[in-house]
Design a protein around this ligand. Sequence first.
Ligand code: BGC
Length: 757
Amino acid sequence: MKSQIWIKSPEDIEGAVLTFKKDFEIKSSVKKATLYASCLGIYKATLNGERLGEQVLTPGLTCYGDRIQYNSYDVTDILDENNKLEISVGPGWAVGYFGPRGKYHPWGNSVQAVAELELLSADGSISYITTDCTWQVYTDEVTHSEIYFGETVDKTADIKYLGNAIPAKSFPLVPQIGADIVENEILSPIELIVTPKGEKVIDFGQNITGYVSLNIKGNRGDRVVLSFGEVLDKDGNFYNENYRKAAKPVIYVLSGDADSFKPTYSFQGFRYVRIDEYPFDDVDLDGFRAIVVHSKMERTGYFTCGDKRINQLYSNIIWGQKGNYLDIPTDCPQRDERLGWTGDAQVFCRTAATNFDVCQFFKKWLGDLRAEQRSNGAVLGVCPENYNDAYCTRISAGWGDAVTIIPWTLYEIYNDKSFLTENFEMMKKWVDYVRGVGDEEYLWLTGYHYGDWLAMDAGENSYVGATSVDLVATAFYAYSTELLVKAGYVLGQDMSEYEQLYKNIVKRFREYFMENGMPKEKLPYTEIITKGNNTVVDKERRGITQTAITLILHFNLCLPEEREPLVEKLSELIRNFDGRMSTGFLGTPYILHALSECGKHDVAYNLFFQNKNPSWLYSVDHGATTIWEHWNGIKEDGSFWSVGMNSFNHYAYGCVAEWMYETVCGIQILDAGYKRIRLAPVPDKRLGFAKCAIETVSGRIESYWIYENDCVTYEFTVPQGVIADITLPNGFCQTVTQGKHTYRMHLTNENSNDFCL
Ligand code: BGC
């Protein structure tokens, strides 16, 4: 894109979509015509009435001050002698109300457009039509749109000419890096419910992210008003208080002819749609569809087993990813948040990258992280940044560590070194930041962390969990340093300084937080956790918690001989908590791994099968179709955990799929890109069978086991060029290469080597 002339309207209309129009003639023959376009806001481009490209919600969510992506469209075939080019721009994330602080955008509050049509003539000459002050600005049939506040599409709207465009502030433009945001599945309603309150509610059967389309013919000016919800309340009535400020409707105003509606500049997270206004007594369900919107990603991971509830859990994990991978990894798609929370992203990253090919998706967001990393190396809780919001701009362990964990995970899964080359400096700056913060070089004792967010051992009124935040922070400091060292070695760097740093952190961790091979029971707290009204909560911080021991085991912060007593203690804590987890955002991703790595598969499986709150199956038993933010978002008595923080589409706890792929089915990466793998499935009779396939960069790997009569049969498929170390539960080991490999183990004598090969 050569000339980058930004324009805006001479008149701002709060929350409205504005259309920038240019009519032009083409006199000589054009060999190729390419339109480059972008905006501050969200745009839709049309040429001669035809919508360009299959992408929606362009140019996506980014750090607008640093870079805005532009999109390219080949428009050669649409070009005519007389042409009408239109770019309609809504406020979107960049200009509308977005984030806890609402409308606070350092770059201003006006939508802007930028475009360039490049015309290559048959004789090789190139000419351009660019945005400038000859473009005319009009109001639009979309009279209102905000990311959180729905959209009003009024087919009767008076389209007003606002004047010629005026010059606007320039923003740095980059060609599109991220995956296209596109429409995916289209769901039909499964039922029209009339609730006890008499509300008419469409059930689409699945909690999704996207929008509702409507085909309808009514009288001119008739309205259809739709509200969105994820769950019904305990009486079966419509509920969306958990959307907070985003509990706003989509409004369609009919033209009188046959109309087709759908939002263009906003999206909603929903399963249920309440019909607040409708022109007829009977609702024609056929006119309604739910369109699923997310970034383009090829499916790569598949899992199924003999337990319906686990299959539903897996489906919920997949849908959680679809719902939250919309240009950036968000925490949730429905309430007035939908932010790029770094912690959530790192927790779910390995699962995400196994479920789908997310290379292009993360290339862009890692770029956002690099752009926003502070010069001292600090990484904030949310990226793209939500300006001036103290809650989102905390520098927290487990959140900032996204910058080491994600590049390393993507490198391991895709064997793509560019994830390390592009991000190595960011990883290093982050570790250096932690190293320099506070007085202790090898401990992280300062700051304002989110801690083991939402853990069940937290005191009333606390979101932070009981585990010492200092312990969590220092454990993540060690982990990030370890990943930095590994990344450095892959890139051929001298990492001796950081290797020594890692050793020192582990040594100090053990001195400060542990005694006799166990974490200390009580630990001083050096941070103060407060509620909004500044009352200090959580005065006591503990070392003997499920999360603390999980981190020590999984991050290898103990001596080999300490593992056994530690895992015994962890099992005891689980037993004492009625066989349940008390972990939050930072312990949950690793607890099953920590148990399995120590051979406690039975305890891990028991947690996996647990269905009392808190557990993965609790939400499944309560009808979930996506992963919940709170283990008990809907409580036993049917009431809700809270109004303020209760998302039913929060993917973080879906990270358990990682353990399903790696332990249940046993596919583990030994060499980046699955070049060498371990196949070490752990069957459990309660599942009956388990089957998974991963389309890796080295080919399709499959693992399957089934209980039949008195045997477990294992079947593996190893692609060409991959070496697999097979380890079966009775200790049988074999290294194999390409092909199908089948084994049968007799249960009556599990320790025998009685295999049918
Ligand atoms: C988000 C989380 C996020 C957290 C920070 C919440 O409001 O929804 O998922 O990680 O804040 O602790």
